[in-house]
Design a protein around this ligand. Structure first.
Ligand code: SAM
Length: 281
């Protein structure tokens, strides 16, 4: 396909997949049927325009306005972080933790908090895949909140406009939460990022201070207070944090069973821990 060649020439690594996704969007047919379609001049012009913008490093998800995440098809665009496939693994782990809590501790209506919710990817995945859970999504960016509210339409989800690092955020749930999940901004400020990220993901969604841990440190303290004894926390982090985040969880004195988890490429990706019974915040 000509679109693949144009994108490859522009240095887009995923040229073929991106070309197909854009063609699917422009022609209004699923990828598997592209070979059968006879696009009209308007559709061809639309595809040319999309390919040209993708060549200038606009993410595919901003061009189609959609981001798949587990079973969800989320609306995304300027002002919100595009959910990444690796975060699906954190959700997977969280759902397993909820199954274990149900089987071992009889927790059948768990309370779940998604800190730094962005488009709502994590919170909505948990709310739809574990409908018996009561799920809270905390986010403070007004632009991200607008996308979150749009994605949450029709789903049972409590959206909280708040700072995930502040002790007063959701303090009414302190000691009552079964699972805290968090994909915070975690890239160290000086780390190089792809042009798509620099130009299109909001900086406050990506960068986490000089060592990337500025939000993770208070989130660990917040999770220690929110969780009930035996509750679980899972925090996604930069691949340079495979030792630092588990160390921070151990140092908090509030958790046991601290574990580090790798993504499908084998890179350190998220850390998990269980709230101790005998910790008093
Ligand atoms: C990496 S994005 C994750 C979004 C979503 N959870 C996901 O996995 O796709 C981090 C999000 O945290 C939000 N954020 C950053 N600092 C925050 C804070 N102190 N309080 C609340 N939200 C914050 C950003 O606006 C952004 O939406």
């Amino acid at each position: 396909m000509e679109a693949t060649r144009v994108l490859a020439r522009a240095g887009i690594g995923s040229a073929r997949v991106d070309a197909e996704l854009l063609a699917e969007h422009a022609f209004g047919v699923p990828r598997g049927r592209l070979a059968l379609v006879d696009p009209d001049p308007y559709q061809l012009e639309l595809l040319r325009d999309l390919v040209e913008r993708r060549s200038r490093r606009v993410p595919v998800q901003h061009l189609t306005g959609r981001a798949p995440f587990r079973y969800l098809d989320l609306a995304v665009g300027p002002g919100v972080f595009i959910p990444r496939p690796e975060t699906e693994l954190l959700v997977d782990w969280g759902l397993s933790a909820l199954s274990a809590l149900s089987a071992l501790s009889g927790v059948d209506a768990p309370v779940v908090v998604d800190l730094a919710s962005g488009s709502g990817a994590i919170a909505l995945a948990v709310a739809t895949e574990c409908p018996q859970a009561t799920v809270y999504a905390v986010e403070r960016s007004p632009r991200a909140l607008a996308w979150l509210r749009r994605n949450a339409a029709g789903v049972e989800l409590s959206i909280v406009d708040g700072d995930v690092t502040a002790p007063e955020t959701l303090s009414e749930l302190d000691g009552r939460v079964d699972l805290v999940l968090c994909n915070p901004p975690y890239v160290p400020d000086a780390a190089p990022v792809e042009e798509e990220v620099r130009g299109h993901d909001p900086a406050e969604a990506v960068f986490g201070g000089p060592d990337g841990l500025d939000v993770i440190r208070p989130v660990i303290a917040r999770a220690a207070t929110l969780l009930r004894p035996g509750g679980w926390v899972g925090i996604e982090h930069d691949d340079s944090h495979g030792v630092a985040v588990p160390d921070l969880l151990r140092a908090a004195g509030a958790f046991d069973t601290v574990r580090e988890h790798a993504d499908l490429a084998g890179r350190p990706r998220f850390a998990t821990a269980r709230r101790l019974a005998d910790f008093s915040p």
